[in-house]
Write a protein that binds this ligand. Structure first.
Ligand code: 8YV
Length: 321
């Protein structure tokens, strides 16, 4: 039998994934699930034929150049690829694969959780209940906003955006969206397309972001665009923190222009701006969009499928570069 390829696995993965990985490859594991420095990542990758990474590791052009002599493929345990310099990988001949489809439904669920959590002031209500501050039901307590009958704007109508749209229709919402290209009617399912983001925003009592965190999308929702949303809007981000100018979002919340925000992602993860923690109208989650048992297993197996195909001389199925 041919020698098993060496795979540097940057994080601890679900047990079933680690078990299958160990059967087919020789892992360089991260048993303590440490946060590696760039040097530590490079030092380990240099001893491996492949890297199975996650979005918590940044792979810059310099790092990729330093490992290119040995590493032939980088499989990321994520659908997002913004942590990898794809252009450099292409130039250096390093294949990059990701994990599309399998996390669509889980992430769409968390977008709805954020929409509901923010709109219905779930954080404030739960905080008071647990602290014993809530003493009895009140006709005027914790009044939120209803989703039913409102318009949800979706920025980025890819797989996750469309899964959110389906859920929103179930809640009786009207869906409008902005995407570079208009979708065909069977994918649009009645959603109203806006050619520009500026045209979309004034219609949206609720806004949910689902575009990739590419350099071009950095601060796509900047101060000027956030000001185009109606007063009392609810803004949700389960995509990447850098798509929204977080400081401008915080200002809009503080000034009372926005009713509430729901965030599963932040600009400088894992260093979340502490000011969010003291804002009761911010419904916050620590990047758990894909965090279900089923999805995290499926993400791991997607990575393994790609690695197995590549080392068997086949085209890896979930290739980006
Ligand atoms: C992951 C994500 O949890 O897939 C993505 O792009 O943001 C999340 O589903 C995370 O990136 C793990 O690598």
């Amino acid at each position: 039998m041919a020698e098993r390829p060496v795979v540097f696995v940057t994080r601890r993965l679900p047990a079933a994934v680690e078990a299958r990985l160990a059967e087919r490859f020789v892992p360089i594991p991260n048993s303590e699930d440490r946060a590696w420095t760039a040097e530590e990542l490079v030092e380990r990758a240099r001893r491996a034929d492949a890297v199975l990474t996650t979005a918590t590791e940044r792979w810059t052009a310099e790092m990729l150049a330093a490992v290119a002599g040995r590493v032939r493929i980088l499989a990321t345990f994520s659908v997002g690829t913004d942590h990898i310099d794809l252009e450099a990988a292409r130039r250096l001949g390093i294949v990059v694969t990701h994990t599309p489809d399998v996390l669509t439904e889980a992430t769409a669920d968390v977008a709805l959780l954020c929409l509901l959590g923010a709109a219905r002031r779930a954080f404030e209500a739960q905080r008071d209940l647990r602290a014993g501050v809530w003493t009895r039901w009140s006709p005027t307590g914790y009044l939120g906003l209803e989703l039913h009958g409102r318009t949800l704007g979706i920025v980025g109508m890819g797989r996750i955006g469309r899964a959110v749209a389906r859920r929103a229709r179930g809640f009786g919402m009207t869906v409008r969206y902005h995407n570079r290209r208009r979708l065909p009617p069977e994918l649009e399912e009645g959603a109203i397309w806006h050619e520009t983001l500026d045209e979309l925003l004034p219609h949206c009592a609720f806004l949910s972001v689902h575009c990739p965190g590419t350099p071009e999308n950095r601060h796509l929702l900047d101060r000027r665009r956030l000001a185009l949303l109606p007063r009392g809007a609810v803004v949700v981000n389960t995509a990447r923190g850098n798509v929204i100018d977080e400081a401008a979002l915080l200002e809009a919340l503080d000034s009372g222009r926005f009713f509430a925000v729901g965030l599963d992602v932040f600009e400088n993860e894992p260093d979340v701006d502490h000011r969010w923690f003291t804002r009761p109208r911010a419904f916050l989650l620590p990047h758990i969009g894909s965090a279900t048992v089923e999805t995290r297993d499926a993400m791991g197996f997607r990575c393994l499928e790609s690695l197995e195909a590549f080392f068997a001389g086949r085209e890896p199925p979930h290739r980006v570069v």
